[in-house]
Design a protein around this ligand. Structure first.
Ligand code: MSP
Length: 514
């Protein structure tokens, strides 16, 4: 068994229902997890909810519920994404679970015992929306004269006793870490952003609060609850059974192979604070952090007040699940921002799924029904054109592996759709419909090459479109136990009786719904 693979989503605040941005974040991890499993790796895929802190406490109060009851309700709606989106997470963590309290307190104690936490007093600005502290010079002034965080969120002045983490002591270590491990944060622009923040000078970080109680108590000083980001980040260790770090534990197996997929807005917490907390505890910093971009709607952030929130439910209902999964990872290169539009979605589904991939399968498999009574013919000698197409098909998996290793979903899909395009040209050029009378031996070869190409496309597309590719593999007669990537090189066995194809991707109408 090759290297274990651990992939994590951010844990979602329960102040709001899941929207497209959240579904996108978890989808990217699901596709990675499925890919690595099919490639024979032992995978752990974690998602969950972030339930403490003043932001959640305030939302609960506004909803007239106790924080725990409120968190239970919203956490369930995030858990529901699993079924809606066909996610395969192995665990769902909630920061209000006992295992998490224990892990946080254990981590805190280790860091404190090693001398990296001290008691002081915090005086400064705090943004509840961002759950973040900001220095005076980072703030801007709104048109009404009020001070704002760099994200535009309102800030409040906070003065309270607080424990501090000696972040300043980790400045040089963090710089060295990123010099030595340039791949630890991607894309490179995000690494540069993190490194320049570190180089601009790190101040010690307030890591406890006393003015509210919705959090995990600080061990030995229960007037304090832990800063919600200390609590939240620790979830990645909790799910591995931390503080059990014994050889043979999940921690020992998975921590060295962790991949944190996050949004660009939470880079500083993951690429600066988190590795520093870990170093302070004597734990290796994360191997890989990938910060993806944002889906926006007509250049505006999705928000309840603008009324432009796109829900995953609405897309799945209108376009289908696999179409939605495909579009989200195909439309914008992972790492970039992108404008969401229903029209772009319909256009891409029609061009790439209905016309290219769906049509390739439909016309090729219909000809096997029509000309070969539904039996997969045995090929005769391959021509240069056959070899070329099969060579392209064989090259998809190695190209995808390279792309998925660096979370480049769009490149992985490029490799497949280049082959699909080539296969459709091959059909047009070989014109199998004309061979029935003139050269039946050649017809057999062409149809075999097409079926084999379809098998390989379906095989490697499984992580992106699990349902449709399962149908495609059924249609070309691939047994359920021959669908891992270990079978990529095994050609289809001729002589199998194939079921008549049904259309895989219906064309969708372009007009906006009324
Ligand atoms: N609770 C913290 C994360 C703690 S991780 C230890 C948090 N939660 S969040 O619910 O506000 O956001 C979770 C993720 O959703 C972030 O990575 C954020 O980038 C992502 N997205 C929220 N809206 C988004 C879009 N419109 N587009 C893409 N992703 C976006 O931050």
């Amino acid at each position: 068994m090759s290297k274990p693979f651990y992939v994590t989503t951010p844990i979602y605040y329960v102040n709001d229902k899941p929207h497209l941005g959240h579904a996108y974040a978890t989808l990217s991890c699901d596709v990675l997890a499925r890919f690595m499993r099919l490639d024979g790796r032992e995978v752990k895929f974690l998602t969950g909810t972030d339930e403490h802190g003043s932001k959640v406490a305030k939302s609960a109060a506004a909803a007239g519920l106790a924080p725990q009851a409120f968190a239970d309700k919203v956490s369930d709606s995030f858990r529901g994404l699993r079924e809606l989106m066909n996610f395969t997470n192995d665990d769902f963590i909630r920061t209000t679970q006992k295992r998490h309290h224990e892990a946080c307190q254990a981590l805190w104690k280790v860091i404190a015992e090693r001398g990296h936490i001290y008691l002081g007093k915090y005086e400064g600005w705090y943004s509840v929306r961002d759950e973040a502290y900001f220095a005076e010079e980072e703030l801007t002034t709104a048109s009404d004269g009020s001070k704002r965080a760099p994200t535009g969120a309102p800030v409040e002045w906070v003065e309270e006793p607080s424990y501090f983490f000696r972040l300043s002591a980790f400045q040089d270590k963090l710089i060295k870490h990123y010099e030595k491990n340039p791949e630890a944060v991607a894309p490179a622009s995000r690494r540069n952003e993190a490194v320049s923040f570190i180089k601009s000078g790190l101040r010690d970080l307030s890591v406890s609060r006393t003015t509210f109680s919705w959090g995990i108590p600080v061990p030995g000083d229960e007037k304090h609850v832990m800063y919600v980001w200390f609590d939240a980040l620790t979830n990645y260790l909790t799910a591995l059974g931390y503080p059990n770090t014994a050889p043979g534990s999940d921690y020992a197996k998975f921590w060295p192979n962790v991949h944190h997929i996050i949004g660009k807005d939470i880079l500083r917490f993951h690429a600066v604070y988190w590795p520093a907390f870990l170093m302070a505890a004597g734990i290796e910093p994360p191997k890989r952090i990938f910060a993806h971009g944002w889906w926006v709607v007509q250049a505006e952030k999705m928000s309840k007040s603008l009324g432009n929130v796109v829900t995953p439910e609405s897309l799945v209902a209108r376009f289908g699940l696999d179409q939605t999964r495909y579009f989200l990872l195909r439309e914008m290169p992972f790492g970039n921002d992108g404008d969401f539009s229903l029209e772009a979605m319909a256009t891409r589904i029609n061009a790439e799924l209905a016309n290219a991939l769906g049509n390739l399968a439909q016309r090729s498999l219909s000809m096997i029904q029509r000309y070969c009574a539904g039996v997969l013919p045995a090929p005769n000698a391959f021509t240069a054109a056959d070899e070329k197409l099969l060579g392209l098909a064989d090259n998809m998996l190695p190209a995808m592996r390279e792309a998925m290793e660096v979370q480049a979903f769009h490149k992985a899909l490029d490799a497949v759709f280049a082959t699909v395009g080539e296969a459709n040209r091959y059909v047009d050029e070989q014109a199998p419909w004309a061979l029935k009378k003139t050269d039946p031996a050649r017809l057999d070869t062409v149809l075999y090459v097409l079926a084999e190409t379809i098998r390989q496309c379906a095989l490697v597309l499984q992580p992106f479109m699990p349902n449709t590719t399962s149908t495609m593999l059924d249609l070309v007669g691939v047994a359920a136990d021959a669908r891992s990537f270990a079978h990529a090189g095994a050609r289809l066995a001729a002589g199998a009786t194939l079921s008549p194809p049904t259309p895989l991707f219906p064309r969708v109408a372009l007009e906006e719904p009324a």
